[in-house]
Design a protein around this ligand. Structure first.
Ligand SMILES: [Zn+2]
Length: 74
């Protein structure tokens, strides 16, 4: 698909690192499957992937961890 950020690049399947902040918690999730823009590097998560990543961040925040680095497990 065409990138909506730079409006010139095309996206290709790949993996990215997603960083999410919840209150006092920062969650970094590596190896998340996404469409990546070849031009600006913007990433686009599919809806199920985004839901999963957000749920992980919420769960981590409930444990009151300050920083956690996770690996996305399919
Ligand atoms: Zn782009």
């Amino acid at each position: 698909m065409k990138c909506v950020i730079c409006k010139t690049g095309q996206t290709h399947p790949g993996t990215t690192t997603v960083t999410l902040q919840r209150a006092n918690t920062v969650v970094v999730i590596r190896d998340v499957p996404a469409e990546i823009c070849e031009n600006c590097g913007e990433h686009y998560l599919s809806e199920p992937t985004a839901k999963r990543v957000y749920a992980d961040a919420d769960e981590t925040a409930r444990r009151h961890v300050e920083v956690e680095i996770q690996r996305y497990a399919a």
